[in-house]
Design a binder for this molecule. Structure first.
Ligand code: GUN
Length: 286
């Protein structure tokens, strides 16, 4: 039997419709437009594409977005000043620093400077601590989107073996915490993991966030497993995920395609998080 192909695009469209309705009602009441500030440093083509996608998505649901572009040689002091300004700016409700940033800048130090109430990415130490301790807070958009996919497709997590390949701050670590919170039995794998295929093959739910195109093939997959592909790499003008779709599609139970799986959900969750920030700043119940 072939795997069920998860339609992330359709679910994201549903979420975006709801965000649009919420934004309209909030703006009618508050007379203030939700506003996301996006900081883009340098001219990495992939980052530019992602930021354009975020801008367009904001526009469609009535969220104002401002992209603040800075040269690749910006100093740490200058970027910290910019963040201070955005933290103070009462017309800005969400701040997003597009990653990666150039190597001469200390990403942790800069992210830590973002006001946690405006931290739409959920990357500040305050929001990471909240997620770790199971306290409500802002949750990183990609793992949050994946949890919504699992929920939409009635995929049970409790008691299931969950394997996350990748330990990034953006995806791997928060993903593992969310699966753990949902009572999954969670293993995080990474580049130093021994017998990776064997570990992955135990998974009922396998999340691949390695950035290595087509790395996960049939040798990593248990029959009927739920496969979540976070990867998106451009190879010869084609977008490829971390999972070799053709190799696994007859074995897996469910699979997210690339494109059209996790990607659109990340953006939908960013819009939701922006509205959450707006609501908490303006004293609206969420
Ligand atoms: N770069 C790749 N993914 C992300 C993300 O979710 N947030 C930010 N800020 N940068 C990214």
């Amino acid at each position: 039997m072939s795997a069920v192909i998860i339609d992330g695009k359709a679910l994201a469209a549903k979420i975006k419709d709801k965000v649009k309705e919420d934004v309209e009602a909030l703006v009618r009441k508050q007379r203030i437009i939700p506003h996301l500030a996006v900081i883009l440093i340098g001219s990495d083509p992939a980052s530019q594409t992602y930021v354009r996608g975020k801008e367009k998505a904001c526009e469609k649901v009535g969220i104002k977005s401002t992209v603040i572009k800075r040269e690749i040689d910006i100093t740490e002091a200058e970027i910290l000043d910019l963040i201070d300004e955005l933290n103070e700016d009462k017309t800005v409700h969400g701040i997003l620093l597009q990653l990666p940033i150039p190597k001469h800048l200390d990403a942790n130090k800069i992210i830590s400077r973002i006001d946690p109430t405006k931290d739409v990415d959920g990357f500040t130490p305050t929001n990471v601590a909240k997620l770790t301790s199971g306290y409500p807070g802002l949750v990183p958009c990609t793992p949050l989107g994946i949890m919504k996919i699992l929920d939409e497709y009635n995929i049970q997590i409790e008691g299931k073996r969950c394997v996350v390949i990748g330990r990034s701050q953006i995806v791997g670590k928060p993903m593992a915490l969310l699966l753990l919170k949902a009572n999954g039995t969670v293993t995080i794998c990474h580049s130093k993991t021994k017998e990776l295929e064997k570990v992955a093959k135990e998974a009922d739910i396998l999340v691949a966030a390695t950035g290595k195109p087509k790395m996960v093939d049939i040798n990593f997959v248990k029959k009927g497993a739920v496969l979540i592909d976070v990867g998106i790499s451009k190879v010869d003008d084609k977008l490829l995920g971390d999972i070799d779709f053709e190799s696994v599609k007859e074995v897996a139970g469910y699979i997210t395609p690339v494109p059209g799986g996790v990607g659109p959900m990340t953006i939908a969750c960013l819009l939701e998080n922006t509205v959450s920030c707006y609501k908490s700043i303006l004293g609206e119940k969420s």
